[in-house]
Design a protein around this ligand. Structure first.
Ligand code: SF4
Ligand code: SF4
Length: 165
């Protein structure tokens, strides 16, 4: 079985959870991302899944990456569907198909190299000092790198970089 077929097979297993959705829209109503950017709509994502649009196009859909994984939808769904988890699973499967936006890949690299998603500039540090905010704690890079290694992020990152080179 190819990687792509295996991914689709795993994805179909998620359908047992998704099929309980009756499209009430509560997930979209509470979603902080939807409030700011209506093109990202968790109800619509669930609809696509219900309609059987679980082909590779779904993994190409850049919309899934807007989910901030706050899990508000999961706590509010009247059917008890963990929508945040479903979207996270789709993201994971998309990565296995070497399909993630360049911005996400850059963030993964930055965390691996510095322990943060973005460099903390001198101007930010000065502003913090002016506001009398406490010094930022130093990230334990060794521990972060170990975590990324055991959770498979390092391997996923090398797959994604292979694809983009
Ligand atoms: S809140 Fe639950 S049942 Fe309602 S649309 Fe979202 S996933 Fe479906
Ligand atoms: S987990 Fe994602 S989809 Fe659900 S409310 Fe938060 S941002 Fe929206």
């Amino acid at each position: 079985m190819t990687e792509s077929n295996e991914v689709l097979e795993e994805f179909r297993e998620l359908f047992d959870i998704i099929k309980l959705c009756y499209q009430c829209g509560t997930c979209a109503g509470g979603c902080p991302v939807f409030r700011q950017y209506t093109k990202f709509n968790p109800r619509r994502i669930m609809e696509k899944l219900l309609l059987g649009e679980y082909n590779e196009q779904l993994f190409d859909d850049q919309q899934i990456w807007y989910c901030s994984m706050c899990y508000t939808c999961s706590t509010r769904c009247p059917q008890g569907i963990d929508i945040g988890h479903v979207i996270t699973e789709i993201k994971n499967l998309a990565v296995r198909l070497k399909n993630a936006p360049p911005g996400i890949v850059a963030e993964m690299e930055a965390i691996l190299e510095t322990g943060t998603t973005a460099a903390i500039s001198q101007s930010i540090l000065k502003r913090r000092e002016k506001l009398e905010l406490p010094e930022l704690p130093k990230a334990d890079l060794g521990e972060i790198q170990k975590l990324l290694e055991v959770t498979g992020v390092v391997e996923s990152l090398s797959l994604l970089k292979e694809e983009s080179s």
